[in-house]
Design a protein around this ligand. Structure first.
Ligand SMILES: [Zn+2]
Length: 222
């Protein structure tokens, strides 16, 4: 089958409206300078990945529903569990924000090691550090790296492939700002990229009993 050609579209970072030509003002929500150039790839796997979005959802009698037990996963770090209200809620996404250098990566590798030890199946995606650097960090913290799969990439498509292959219980993204998808625009780090990638990853954990934890650098400018 011949591959369909990808096309350039313009997407509003405020409301998500798309249109074929660039405009200074979004015709949908009226925002100025929010249209960003994107590539719409008809051969993309995103459609298959987000297939639950098009599934028809029907009501079910509540009496027939099996109660969800153990809806939370303990991070084995007491203070972190307390902040999360008694552990990380399954099917949820946690965002760890803060200025660079305050220890987000340390907290995430510690949490990853604790969860891998107790439950197994952790995927750690690093867009900034190499696998060797991460191992060095884990060793310095005396962490057992067993059960943690490391993926050093910034491409959303690589992350999705790994998610499908490993089906992890716990997914760490360090950091969400480094993740990009060609579908969300040519320039990495834009608001469109951030929204698109965070939405895609959150959608994945929400369809499973998994937890997503993402770090985000917050600058003084916010
Ligand atoms: Zn708009």
């Amino acid at each position: 089958m011949a591959k369909k050609k990808s096309i350039t579209i313009y997407k509003c970072s405020e409301c998500g409206y798309t249109q074929p030509t660039w405009l200074g003002r979004c015709p949908e929500c009226g925002s100025w300078n929010t249209l960003e150039e994107c590539i719409s790839d008809p051969n993309s796997t995103a459609a298959a990945f987000g297939k639950n979005a098009t599934e028809k959802i029907k009501p079910v009698p509540l009496a027939n529903v099996t109660a969800q037990e153990n809806a939370r996963i303990s991070t084995e770090i007491g203070e972190f569990d307390r902040v999360l209200g008694g552990g990380a809620m399954k099917r949820s996404a946690i965002l760890i924000g803060g200025e660079p250098g305050i220890g987000k990566s340390t907290l995430m590798i510690q949490t990853a090691a604790a969860i891998a030890k107790k439950y197994g199946k952790v995927l750690y995606v690093s867009g900034e550090e190499s696998a060797g650097q991460l191992k060095g960090r884990a060793d310095r913290l005396n962490l057992d790296a067993k059960g943690i799969e490391i993926l050093c990439t910034m491409r959303l498509e690589d992350i999705k492939d790994a998610l499908s292959a490993i089906n992890p219980l716990f997914v760490v993204i360090d950091s969400i700002q480094t993740v990009y998808s060609v579908e969300a625009g040519i320039v990495p780090g834009t608001i469109n990229q951030l929204k698109f990638c965070a939405n895609e990853l959150t959608g994945w954990v929400k369809s499973r009993d998994s937890v997503l934890i993402m770090s985000a650098h917050v600058t003084k400018e916010g």
